[in-house]
Design a protein around this ligand. Structure first.
Ligand SMILES: [Fe+2]
Length: 155
């Protein structure tokens, strides 16, 4: 299980915590890192009515599709490896910027400003805090060329 790399004592959380500050509070022990996972994996560490915390593993060459975050604020920190993020104007293919996110870096994105894609060339692990908890993602369906709301597990 991916979540075994998280120090449980650092998950002493409550719903009044400020999500952006939690990125530095959660302690990861990479001595317990699972070996050579090649697929994308997504594991929820904690949820309450104000935010949720999700750990993601990225296999080499894995990517998301272009997506928004269903109105939730998204705080993200790279724990190991690196990710390439491309930001787009919401509900469009208009590229705003491309960011190289190295281990230790954190970032923030919200639907009013940008949607994004994430890509990993090599194995990576990232921590995501969504406030409110992620209800759905806005995803472009290429077959119909229209935006759909999808369950977070699918993207
Ligand atoms: Fe995202």
């Amino acid at each position: 299980m991916l979540s075994r790399i998280v120090n449980k004592d650092s998950l002493n959380l409550n719903k009044n915590d400020r999500p952006g500050l939690l990125l530095s509070q959660i302690v990861i022990d990479f001595q317990k890192h699972p070996l050579a996972l090649h697929e994308r994996k997504r594991e929820r560490l904690f949820t309450c009515d104000t935010y949720e915390i999700v750990l993601m593993h990225w296999g080499p060459g894995s990517s998301t599709v272009l997506h928004g975050h269903g109105g939730s604020d998204c705080f993200m920190k790279i724990l190991s490896g690196s990710l390439i993020e491309k930001r787009f104007r919401p509900f469009s293919n208009t590229l705003q910027e491309e960011n190289f996110l190295a281990a230790g870096m954190d970032t923030y994105i919200c639907d009013e400003e940008s949607f994004h894609t994430l890509h990993s060339e090599q194995e990576a692990v990232s921590l995501h805090i969504y406030s409110k908890p992620l209800a759905f993602l806005q995803v472009l369906d290429h077959a119909s060329n229209s935006w759909e709301n999808r369950e977070p597990q699918i993207f």
